[in-house]
Design a protein around this ligand. Structure first.
Ligand SMILES: *[C@@H]1O[C@H](CO)[C@@H](O)[C@H](O)[C@H]1NC(C)=O
Ligand SMILES: *[C@@H]1O[C@H](CO)[C@@H](O)[C@H](O)[C@H]1NC(C)=O
Ligand SMILES: CC(=O)N[C@H]1CO[C@H](CO)[C@@H](O)[C@@H]1O
Length: 368
């Protein structure tokens, strides 16, 4: 009895004024997490398509999610949930495949191929980059949920907690990506800290009022910046606009990280770029995956877009598939150097397309 009163006193009142941060499955604030939503195996029940693996600073690689990804008590629900509460919150929801409740539904074809959530208050917040269509619901929906359309395929999420003063730079990166913003609000009290976010939100509202006009274009075709998380860890954001007109991974990320890359991306589209061994750094397409060595699936069942370096411990999670159309779309990736995270992602890639055209163990494919 006494203990439960004490617990009540120690907890903030239900719903109000939550700390805006990435959260783990237990409800602890974390500096960052990576979440791998697993694909639903053929003819398996719906729940199998809502399972996920999680890793954060304290995990030694992938750990089974303690609930289903749609659950409000899981890492994703706890992190995104505060978006639906009252308070002085700044937020930007963007997705080239917005929820059906969005008045414009499908984003203009020239808008960025990019999906994410930014949520912050006068102290801190998070930037969640992900691959899930129709996620998350608009704020007016009133609560967190996960779309049915996101159950079938694999999906990836990277969440990083940042102090308020990083969000201006994040807004600048988003602008380069030309996102389809389907819901946003920057309260007056935060506006002077994040003018880039204010502009992004205004421009999109204006665009929505004046029919489905293409997004404004920006002069810079691409920019990478180093963002320090609240915990002081470095995350590199690579952002490109439509004008970049080249393969994000081979022309930019691999030479910037000075490493060959293994890339997982959505294969079921036209104009897929083949593995590229030309000339300095190799970029190989992953064919077969097994995160945590439990479930094994093909790249065609995985909507995730991530890359692991062959050396140097880098992992990047982001927006862009390797296909011709997306060379001319905005979008980017967030890279971080961490030996434990790298090992987990690198071990996920079992088979790759070699540059000779054969499907082989990724190690063997790299020899060509
Ligand atoms: C867009 O329309 C809404 C009402 O539908 C209005 O409140 C808002 O000021 C308009 N925004 C712009 C930028 O025109
Ligand atoms: C833009 O991308 C090119 C590679 O295509 C790279 O060399 C250059 O440094 C990038 N620019 C910025 C500002 O990051
Ligand atoms: C600073 C802040 O966000 N305050 C909010 C705390 O929660 C109450 C009740 O939900 C809101 O009214 C405040 O605006």
């Amino acid at each position: 009895m006494f203990l439960s009163i004490l617990l009540l006193l120690l907890q903030p009142a239900e719903g109000a004024n939550s700390t805006l941060s990435c959260y783990d499955d237990q409800g602890n604030t974390v500096d960052w997490f990576y979440l791998y939503k697993l694909p639903r195996p053929h003819e398996a029940p719906r729940e199998e398509g809502l399972k996920y693996l999680l890793q954060e600073e304290k995990s030694e690689g992938w750990v089974d999610g303690s609930v289903l990804v749609e659950d409000t008590s899981g890492a994703l629900g706890r992190t995104v949930g505060p978006l639906y509460e009252e308070g002085e919150l700044g937020y930007i929801l963007y997705n080239d495949q917005p929820p059906e409740k969005d008045r414009l539904e499908n984003a203009h074809r020239s808008a960025g191929h990019t999906k994410g959530v930014v949520l912050f208050d006068d102290k801190q917040g998070f930037w969640l980059v992900h691959s899930t269509p129709h996620f998350p619901p608009l704020k007016t929906e009133g609560k967190f949920s996960y779309p049915e359309s996101g159950t079938q395929n694999g999906q990836n999420f990277i969440c990083v907690t940042y102090p308020l003063d990083r969000f201006e730079t994040i807004g600048e990166q988003l602008k380069i990506n030309q996102p389809h913003v389907y819901d946003c609000h920057i309260p007056e009290s935060l506006a002077s800290s994040v003018p880039s976010m204010v502009n992004l939100c205004k421009e999109n509202q204006h665009r929505r009022n004046s029919s489905n006009a293409p997004p404004p274009s920006y002069s810079s075709a691409n920019r990478s910046v180093s963002l320090l998380s609240l915990g002081g860890k470095e995350f590199i954001s690579f952002a490109k606009g439509a004008a970049f007109d080249n393969d994000l991974y081979h022309s930019w990320v691999a030479p910037a990280l000075q490493a060959d890359l293994l890339v997982q991306f959505w294969r079921r589209s036209t104009g897929i770029l083949e593995s590229d061994c030309d000339p300095s750094y190799k970029v190989l397409n992953i064919q077969l995956l097994s995160p945590g060595q439990k479930l094994t699936f093909k790249s065609t069942e995985d909507h995730s877009k991530w890359a692991a370096s062959v050396s140097g411990d880098w992992v990047c999670v982001g927006d862009i598939n390797r296909n011709e159309a997306e060379e001319k779309r905005g979008g980017g990736t967030v890279c971080h150097k961490n030996a434990v995270v790298w090992k987990a992602y690198r071990a996920t890639a079992l088979q790759c397309d070699s540059c000779s055209g054969a499907v082989e163990q990724c190690e063997t494919a790299l020899l060509y």
